[in-house]
Write a protein that binds this ligand. Structure first.
Ligand code: 9UX
Length: 67
């Protein structure tokens, strides 16, 4: 399924890479698209393999707040 998460604090390309990599590493995550201008992260994932809570946790571990 596709989901858009609102993430606070991502401002540069390194933020984008950190969030993208952290999510892509999770089993079940198929595609990640970070939009810095909007402060959003689109995630395409298999909900039978990974939960939204796990996605949020992975982003928070990189130092960003998820709304
Ligand atoms: Mo760029 Mo993001 O210097 O926390 S890595 S702003």
């Amino acid at each position: 399924m596709m989901m858009t998460l609102h993430v606070q604090g991502m401002t540069c390309g390194h933020c984008k890479a950190a969030v993208t990599n952290a999510l892509t590493e999770l089993d079940g995550v198929k595609h990640v698209e970070v939009h810095l201008e909007e402060g959003t992260v689109d995630v395409d994932f298999d909900e039978t393999k990974v939960s939204v809570e796990q996605l949020k946790k992975a982003i928070e571990e990189q130092g960003y707040d998820v709304k």
